[in-house]
Every structure is written in C-alpha cells, then in structure tokens.
Design a protein around this ligand. Structure first.
Ligand code: GLU
Length: 480
C-alpha cells in the first residue's frame, strides 16, 4: 500500500466543535493505525467567515485532545507546504490556467442578477433543482472583449463532462454513485480570484499526496465534483469515507444553535472533562470495537481501529455516558494527580487560600471517588464553606424523635482531641448508648451534624467540618 496520509481540513470559522473534533479524531486514528501521517490543513478561502483566533483555537484544542498533527502550518514539511489555502493561491492559479487551456474550464461573465433571474425562471418552470445555463460556455471573442471593456468581473466555471458516472466505494457506506447530468457547470474560482472549496481541496489533496479523505456526511454530494477534477488531471483519486451524523438524545442533528447540550471542546475542558475521556468517548461515536469493552486508551484505539466497524447509523451524543466515562478516568488518578487536577476547579468557586493546606488536601481527597467532572467539586465541597440550606427532606429527618436522641448522645461524646479515630469511638459509644442502628442512627447524625442528607464518609466529613461547627450545630438542634 502507498503511504497512508490523512488530512483534517477545518475552516477557521470558530471553536472546535464536537463534530469536527470527531472527524479529526478518526482522520488521526486511520493515519496512525496504518502507520501514516496525520496532516492539518487550514481551509481559509471563505475569507468572510474566518474568525480571528480560529486557527489557533482549533490547533490548541486538537493538541489538548491528544490529536497531534505530523504536519501543519506550525510544523510544515517543505515538500508539501504551505498548509494554509490562502497561502497557496499561486498554486491554484497554475492549475486553473491548465483547465482553461484544456477547455475543461471557462470564464463566466454573468452577473449575480442575471444568474438569479435565470434560476428563478427555472424554478417557475418546475425544475426540481436549478443549474447554470452555460450561457458563457461558448462566448465569442468579441462578446468577451465587450464584457471586459465594460469592466465586468468574471468567475471561472468547470465544464462538467456529459453523461459521466462517478462511483466511489465509501469507507462507511459502500458504493455511492452520482451522474454528471445532475451537476451544473460549477464555479471553481470566484470573481475575486479565490478558488472555491471543491476546487482547492482537490489540488491540495493531490499535491499533499493524501490517500484517505475522511469527513462528515455533508460532503458526500461534493465528492463527484472533486472526482471530476481528479479525472481531468489524470490524478489518482483518494479513498473517500463519510461519517454519519451526530444526533442529540431526541434524535435531532446536533446544531451549533442548540444550547441544550455543550458542543464545543472548550466547554468540556472548562467543566473539567479529561482529554483522554473525550478521546475515548468520541472514538465510539460512529465506530464500535469488537466485544463489550468501552474504556480504551489512545494507543488501544489506534491498534483496534477497523474501518469495517464504522457505523452507518447516526450516532447519539450521550452526555450521561461521557460523564460516566470521565468519572472512570478520574477515579484512576493517583492522589497527587487528582489534587493537581481538581484544585483549580475548587479554587474557582471557593477561597482555598484562607484554609490550612493539609485541610484542603484532605477535603479534596475525600471527594475523589465521587466527583464525575472537575467543576462538580464546587458544589460538593460547598457545605464546608457556606452553611448549607436545610431541605424539606432533611427537616423530616430532624423531626424524628430518634434524631434528637442520637444528636444529644453524640454531643455528649464529642471528642475534644479531634481526629477521625476519636470521632469513630464517639460514634460507637453513641451507638451503644442509644441502641439505635441503620437509618435512624446514621441519617440522624449526618443531618443533625452536617445539615445534609448526602455526603462522603461521615466521620471524615465531621472531622473536616471541625469541632466548633459540629458542636454548635448539635447544641442548637438539641436545645431547640
Ligand atoms: N473545510 C471543509 C470543512 O470544514 C473540509 C471538508 C473536507 O474535509 O473535505 O468542512
């Protein structure tokens, strides 16, 4: 097999979206599975849509996810550079000239008003789709000269071959066929001299020796347009693959305007999702491994990737599953790694600096197994910084006769030499004295001393709450 080279070719029109990130991830997996190159090319020819910082942000979040490019604008291979399309305009010009000379392309002087008028006529006449009427295909020299003298701008159109069939073996969907009669003569270079996507992409894929073009399904209908250019130049056509849609939990296509689910990688990073969990999760969006295993390292995914297991059905973006996965990865962290990871999230919502460092570490470690994503720590530790609001369910527990008994006994046994061990002894003494067990004992003490019905290990929670606060809460309750 020739060397596998797969490119991810984003337009720098915004932040890295989950859909694009998944495309990049599969481009990367294919390249790495076959020991090839993963190339990042920036498709910035739609100048008005480019956003400031778009490219830098794409690169940053790809790297964060562990999808590192072998070649990119920042890491060019001189054989293929440059990697930004707007820096390749001379190259496109050269190939445009060739197509003009061979008669595969022609200049079109039609104004946008003329085109619109004609398309409207076609619509009124009942055509299902509109297409260019080839008015400029056979312009004589005099008319051309007149248009030029008038100062009319021109675009360049491809003369689509007649009665051609374009068939490709899609890596996801198998054989797909298009007929050239369904495609009108399309613009390859706009009147501002900038090539259109479908044209530039072919020149680049050829010159960069791309072997696999793997992208979203919205590009299926672009493929025959791209194939015809490959054929006109007699170039080898790459292997194509188009991933299925990502849908939300109600089966609707994820749209950037849908605020019900976070869709940008930056948002997940901010919330405290781990790159390795995101990588693992996205690799299962549209692909499934053999067997039941769900947790995979990047290296395992590279080894296991198998294009025959790409799914033809839309893939559901299941945030609950992502959160579960993230939780599994967090639990695997060593104590030191956990503290380093979670501290900024805790510090973002609570004043850690004012507390004793050993206390902070104990507190953060107490929630290590429970925290599903970094920023969740904020609400979990809140009761150690702000007096919790007692809910109705907790009021109910406080109303139990047994809760009073437990609280009074525990208050009496409260150790002044404050430690988890001493608290355990006090608890055992209370258990003996009150002869209570189960919910009345545990829940009664938890709610009366922590003002919460849920939480981590009770003795550790009491220890971190501190002697003064526990004592005051119990006193206030018992004496009420
Ligand atoms: N610039 C195109 C996009 O962002 C790339 C499509 C392709 O991979 O060919 O959708």
């Amino acid at each position: 097999m020739e060397r596998v080279r797969v490119r991810y070719a984003p337009s720098p029109t915004g932040f890295l979206h989950i859909g694009n990130a998944r495309t990049a991830l599969f481009d990367y997996l294919i390249a790495k599975h076959y020991g090839g190159d993963f190339v990042l090319r920036i498709e910035d020819t739609d100048v008005e849509r480019n956003v400031e910082g778009g490219e830098a942000s794409q690169t940053y979040f790809l790297n964060w996810l562990g999808i590192e490019a072998d070649e990119s604008p920042d890491k060019p291979n001189p054989k293929y550079a440059p990697y930004r399309q707007m820096e390749r305009l001379d190259i496109y010009r050269e190939y445009t000239e060739k197509l003009l000379e061979s008669g595969h392309a022609y200049k079109c002087y039609c104004t946008s008003e003329e085109l619109e008028e004609d398309y409207n006529r076609q619509k009124e006449a009942g055509y299902a789709s509109t297409r260019y009427n080839q008015k400029c295909l056979h312009l004589d020299a005099a008319t051309k000269a007149a248009y030029e003298a008038e100062g009319r701008q021109h675009s360049i159109r491809l003369h689509v071959p007649e009665d051609q069939t374009y068939t490709f073996d899609d890596m996801v969907r198998g054989e797909i066929t298009f007929e050239s009669k369904d495609i009108g003569d399309w613009v390859i270079v706009k009147s501002n001299g900038i090539p259109t996507y479908n044209f530039a992409v072919v020149i680049d894929d050829h010159l960069m020796e791309i072997s696999h073009v793997f992208r979203g399904e919205e590009h299926i209908s672009n493929t025959p347009k791209q194939m015809m250019i490959f054929e006109m130049f007699n170039w080898e056509i790459p292997r194509y693959g188009h991933m299925t849609l990502i849908v939300n939990e109600s089966g609707k296509k994820l749209s950037k305007r849908d605020n019900s689910v976070m869709q940008f990688i930056s948002q997940y990073k901010d919330q405290g999702y781990l790159p390795e969990a995101m990588f693992n999760f996205m690799a299962l969006l549209g692909w499934s491994p053999k067997g039941e295993k769900e947790l995979f390292t990047k290296e395992e995914l590279i080894a296991e990737f198998d294009e025959s297991r790409l799914s033809k059905a839309p893939s559901m973006f299941d945030v609950t599953k992502l959160t579960w996965m993230n939780h599994q990865y967090l639990k695997e962290k060593s104590d030191a790694e956990w503290l380093e990871f979670v501290r900024p999230y805790a510090a973002a919502s609570h004043d850690l600096a004012s507390k004793d460092e050993a206390w902070v570490e104990k507190l953060l470690l107490l929630y290590k197994d429970q925290t599903q994503y970094g920023s969740e720590i904020g609400s979990l530790i809140d009761s150690f910084f702000n007096e919790p609001v007692i809910t109705e369910a907790e009021e109910e527990v406080l109303a139990w006769e047994t809760t009073k008994t437990v609280a009074a006994s525990f208050l009496k046994n409260l150790p002044e030499a404050w430690s988890v061990e001493a608290l355990k002894e006090a608890f055992n003494a209370t258990k003996k004295e009150t002869e209570l067990k189960g919910k009345p004992l545990f829940m009664g003490l938890r709610v009366s001393a922590t003002h919460q019905s849920h939480g981590p290990d009770l003795m550790s929670a009491l220890y971190l709450t501190g002697y003064d606060v526990v004592k005051k809460r119990l006193e206030t309750y018992v004496n009420a």
